[in-house]
Design a protein around this ligand. Structure first.
Ligand code: 5AD
Ligand code: SF4
Ligand code: FES
Length: 370
């Protein structure tokens, strides 16, 4: 009977999954799982990751409203369309009033987390950012606020936290220093990136690290280092997406990362940091029409639909063919909700804090000046 077959399937997966969870996998085991294209092994891996996610979050999938507030960037990462050296894109900045209007739209749609993301744009100095953070938290005190503005000195991060920001996303991009050197110009360093992540954690932010999969020059060994770094840092959030070429960058003619590799890394990140918040990223949905649903089934539990004004969506071109650039905030909100339900999960419009969250803590030390 049908139900018998499916429950036997579950039993089988449960047995196999136990081999993957609850104990530290060796480097050799991880390298095998990073690279395997065996459908049975991948099924086992995704099922094991799905069960670990369920222990901490059940079937819940949390929503974040993404506001891409500046496409200016002073950096020159070789993979990214927003790099300073790309003269071909039209740049924009949202005004504080426009950012607040996005939050109001998001609030109407039920969002309880806003993510302010941008390039590293010195125009938005600490004062401007703290002003925007305070204004958002004043109007939406129940909502969580995530920042993603790149590397800043510790004092800046402290000011943002004190103004009310709750979380900070800063992907490390690759935990292999030599690989980092091939993806970034010499003035950028993995050591500095890691240092920022550690400072952010100490200050009290829920912190998101993360990396691209299938990026140029990446080897399975690089991805092993990413997993080991996740185990060491224990970030509250892990953003993973396939590399996708952007034509006007030095990596414009490289090929995109594969869907399977991205899914395996989502699953392995779930096993490495069981209670992490892991988004089914837009890049996943860009390389495959059902990429985000498959990521949820491989252990992800967050989606980040776009709240940016429609007239600037196409300009935030990290990579080519990005999805949702023509869609209204409301359209994305309801589209993704339907997709989550169809995939068997439960969309939840709550703050969606990390499972171990016990409330905002005062940062250690006396470094926060009035
Ligand atoms: N393909 C996929 N992801 C990219 N990002 C930047 N450029 C690309 C690309 N070409 C990711 C980086 C960055 C995040 C905001 O977008 O990981 O941290
Ligand atoms: Fe700037 Fe971030 Fe793009 Fe690098 S990845 S160029 S820091 S927006
Ligand atoms: Fe944006 Fe489907 S999520 S249109």
């Amino acid at each position: 009977m049908h139900s018998d077959v499916s429950s036997r399937g579950d039993e089988k997966n449960r047995g196999a999954g136990e081999k993957l969870t609850g104990k530290k996998l060796t480097d050799a085991q991880l390298l095998h799982l990073i690279t395997t294209e065996d459908p049975g092994e991948m099924r086992e891996l995704f099922a094991a990751a799905g069960r670990v996610r369920e222990v901490h979050y059940g079937k819940a999938v949390y929503f974040r409203g993404l506001i891409e507030f500046t496409s200016f960037c002073k950096n020159n990462c070789y993979y990214c369309g927003l790099r300073k050296g790309n003269a071909k894109i039209e740049r924009y900045r949202l005004s504080p009033e426009e950012i607040l209007a996005c939050c109001r739209m998001g609030d109407t749609l039920g969002y309880k987390t806003f993510v302010l993301q941008g390039g590293e744009d010195p125009f938005f100095d600490d004062e401007k950012i703290t002003g925007i953070v305070s204004a958002i938290k004043k109007e939406f005190p129940e909502s969580a606020l995530t920042l993603s503005l790149g590397e800043r000195p510790r004092e800046s991060y402290e000011r943002f936290f004190r103004a009310g920001a709750d979380r900070y996303l800063l992907r490390h991009e690759t935990a292999d220093p030599a690989h980092y050197g091939k993806m970034h110009p010499p003035e950028m360093s993995l050591a500095e990136r890691k240092n920022c992540l550690r400072e952010l954690k100490k200050i009290g932010f829920q912190v998101g690290a993360g990396f691209m999969t299938g990026s140029p020059f990446q080897t399975p060994g690089c991805l092993l280092q990413d997993l080991r770094f996740m185990e060491e840092l224990q970030p509250e959030m892990i953003g993973i997406g396939p590399f996708i070429p952007q034509a006007d960058t030095p990596f414009g003619s490289q090929s995109a990362g594969s869907l399977n590799l991205a899914l395996r890394m989502v699953a392995l990140a779930r096993l490495a940091v069981p209670a992490a918040l892991i988004p089914a990223t837009t890049a996943m949905g860009t390389i495959a029409p059902d990429g985000r649903e498959l990521a949820l089934k491989a252990g992800a539990n967050v989606v980040m639909p776009n709240l940016s004004p429609q007239n600037v969506r196409k300009l935030y071109a990290l990579y080519d063919n990005k999805i949702c650039t023509g869609d209204e905030a409301a359209a994305c909100r309801f589209c993704i909700e339907g997709r989550i339900r169809s995939a068997g999960f439960e969309p939840l419009m709550c703050r969606g804090d990390w499972a171990g969250f016990t409330g905002r803590k005062t940062p250690p030390g006396n470094t926060l000046k009035k």
